[in-house]
Write a protein that binds this ligand. Structure first.
Ligand SMILES: [Ca+2]
Ligand SMILES: [Ca+2]
Length: 385
């Protein structure tokens, strides 16, 4: 563990510049470098020496260039064989999963059009609340003890990222979308993810909307194919842990319903200005956006995650069962129905959502085959996979 402690100290000074580390583990403990390299390669990552030094301590041309240990030019064949044997023994002793888990930087982008992901070192927390709307009880409160650390996308999936998926895969969401027009929510055959019926067409950096749960799962499967990593939707427990950001009250921020405008695009004063006839209340603060905001426009929470509350609702993996079943998972995994799941849970509220629904525990739910103009996507995956 002393090696990992050293490595953590080195990494902490560079975590703001992790773009260059995409797809690479980083570390700088000489005796374990071959082990690190072997373990990282086994899990589909390169290994980069943090200081750009090879094992003969020669300076590489550019310390900022990711460097694959096994492609380094220096060292004799005998030396390589010796280090690989030592590495294999150490890898078997230490266990590669824990090695890779420790060495990956705290954020990654695993393909050219993939969402950037942030590592969450999950512990335990109380999920839900003993309250909620009529017929929408958010409890009972459940102690969640995560089985896995996990990664979650830093931002909502953007229009450009989803467009890359459809262009490269040929996938096309079914036409139609639920929209709010002339005072009611209803299905529109004309609306779709390319034109969700907002005042302007989607910009590249806007969150993708008008996608169903099935579309979101198809997108996660495609990202998995591109990366070789098991991407999926966040579970409700993962989502709420990140959204709570260490808070235990009704809202993740101070100030209640009107306190979230610096980090959540809500139905706020800007929203009210442009839609005076919307019958539900607005937050008495101004986030600056009357419709969707480009992903990452407002302040991130302490995990570095943007818009987890607000902007667009986010489909989760879980089947919506009310209340939480007493025998449901409490290890951070999703809750699934015994038979067909009629509704999947969405979380977080949107630019068009009244402010009381920004409570961290509030659960939306809808038909997994239906698209909504306020629903989008965030991805996750287990760490060490
Ligand atoms: Ca707003
Ligand atoms: Ca959101």
């Amino acid at each position: 563990m002393i090696f990992f402690a050293l490595k953590r100290g080195v990494l902490s000074s560079r975590q703001s510049n992790n773009e260059i580390f995409s797809n690479f583990c980083v570390g700088n403990v000489i005796i374990l470098k071959p082990t690190f390299a072997l373990c990282c390669a086994q899990h589909g990552y390169g290994y980069m020496d943090f200081f750009g030094l090879d094992t003969n301590l020669k300076q590489l041309p550019s310390p900022a260039v990711p460097y694959d240990y096994f492609r380094k030019p220096a060292g004799s064949l005998t030396w390589h064989l010796q280090t690989i044997i030592i590495a294999t023994i150490l890898a078997l002793t230490l266990g590669c999963e824990s090695v890779v888990d420790e060495l990956l930087p705290s954020n990654l982008t695993e393909c050219d059009v993939c969402p950037e992901i942030v590592k969450i070192e999950a512990t335990e927390f109380d999920m839900g609340r003993d309250g909620g709307e009529p017929k929408r009880y958010d409890g009972p409160v459940r102690r969640i003890t995560f089985k896995n650390d996990f990664w979650i996308s830093r931002r909502e999936v953007s229009y450009a990222q989803f467009a890359a998926f459809t262009e490269r895969s040929g996938y096309e969401p079914a036409p139609g979308c639920n929209v709010y027009i002339d005072g009611y929510w209803g299905w529109s055959d004309e609306a779709n993810w390319k034109n969700p019926g907002l005042s302007v067409l989607p910009r590249a950096s806007d969150p993708v909307v008008c996608v169903s749960w099935n579309d979101a799962v198809a997108y996660a499967a495609w990202v998995s194919e591109q990366t070789g990593k098991p991407y999926r939707l966040p579970t409700e427990a993962e989502w709420e842990f990140v959204a709570r950001d260490g808070s235990t009250g009704e809202f993740a921020w101070d100030g209640g319903q009107n306190g979230g405008c610096d980090q959540a695009n809500m139905f706020d004063l800007s929203g009210r200005d442009s839609k005076k006839d919307v019958p539900w209340p607005n937050a008495e603060c101004d986030d600056g956006f009357s419709e969707v905001s480009p992903v990452g426009s407002l302040q991130p929470n302490s995990f570095g995650v943007y818009d987890i509350l607000g902007n667009v609702w986010e489909w989760t993996q879980d089947c919506y069962i009310l209340p939480y079943p007493s025998d449901g998972a409490v290890d951070g995994t999703s809750i699934e129905a015994a038979g067909k799941c009629e509704r999947r849970t969405v979380r977080g509220g949107s630019w068009e959502t009244r402010p009381d629904r920004f409570a961290s525990s509030f659960r939306g739910r809808d038909d997994p085959t239906k698209a909504f103009r306020t629903f989008g996507i965030r991805l996750a995956r287990n760490a060490s996979e």
